[in-house]
Design a protein around this ligand. Structure first.
Ligand SMILES: [Zn+2]
Length: 279
């Protein structure tokens, strides 16, 4: 069943576990994720963005009708403006993220507030980002610290915007890390947990040691975004299957292995984050 993301995250906060949020792109990746949620008996969050969000939403909707017993949220990832949020609402998403983390504070507050109001008007959830989670491939580890989320500012931001979940910058980055494993600032995370009541989100969860994420979940992260790791598993399976079956002409021969690899990777994350058997 498609549910507002807040419902899943509030339960996770109460139960002190993390829920993986996985990027999906097409029928196959959506099919994989629903079989993962079903098999692990875990609530699920799916991330989508880009020009084909209406297509993704339509496929997700048909799966949520089939798997009525699984609470699943579909969130627009890194929406750039108010208009993107409107498009996601129209497509049928159950949450929208507005990423104003590169904007001046007041501007981030202003648009987050509008997006949150829109989301709440139609009964869905809103996520925002304060501080800035950059790119692992281009940002040096030391530079990342300049953009860490400040606890007092986070408290004020949540109060001013009424947002349902907050993405915080505590040391992760999107994609793969060029300068070795990240080191999460868990002391800062504790201060953020003390400063705000709403669920907290960790972007850039791929290529991050699972023990570090588990430590963050223990302190108070409820949503962990995973894009690169499941995408790479899918592509690895696809490449291997093409190499192994050079003469095959049925695409399903290749997709089988791609889906199996992605499934194994997603299950590994779910078990590490602790959302198995939480339905
Ligand atoms: Zn992100």
């Amino acid at each position: 069943m498609l549910v507002p993301m807040k419902e899943i995250l509030v339960e996770a906060k109460k139960g002190k576990y993390g829920v993986g949020a996985f990027n999906v792109y097409n029928l196959e990746t959506i099919d994989v994720m629903f079989s993962v949620f079903d098999e692990t008996n875990s609530p699920g969050i799916l991330l989508a963005g880009g020009p084909d969000i209406a297509h993704v939403a339509a496929i997700v909707k048909s799966y949520t009708e089939k798997y009525r017993h699984i609470p699943v949220a579909l969130i627009l990832d890194h929406g750039r403006d108010y208009e993107s949020a409107v498009r996601a609402v129209r497509a049928g998403f159950s949450a929208v993220m507005f990423d104003g983390s590169a904007l001046p504070y007041e501007e981030n507050v202003r648009i987050t507030k509008e997006v949150t109001r829109l989301a709440h008007t139609v009964g869905i959830s809103a996520e925002a980002e304060l501080g800035h989670v950059g790119q692992g491939a281009t940002d040096a580890k030391e530079d990342r610290k300049k953009f860490f989320t400040r606890p007092e500012e986070a408290a004020r931001f949540v109060e001013e915007t009424g947002v349902d979940a907050l993405a915080v910058a505590i040391g992760t980055a999107h994609g793969l890390y060029k300068t070795g494993s990240p080191e999460l600032d868990l002391e800062l995370l504790q201060k953020l947990v003390d400063a705000v009541d709403i669920p907290l989100v960790l972007h850039g969860g791929s290529d991050t040691p699972l023990e570090q994420i588990q430590a963050a979940v223990k302190i108070g992260i409820q949503k962990i975004n995973i894009g690169t790791d499941v995408r790479m598993a899918y592509l690895k399976g696809l490449k291997e299957a093409i190499a192994e079956n050079p003469d095959a002409i049925d695409p399903r021969v290749f997709l089988k292995k791609a889906k199996a690899y992605m499934k194994a990777e997603a299950i590994k994350k779910i078990d590490a984050f602790g959302s198995r058997d939480r339905i």
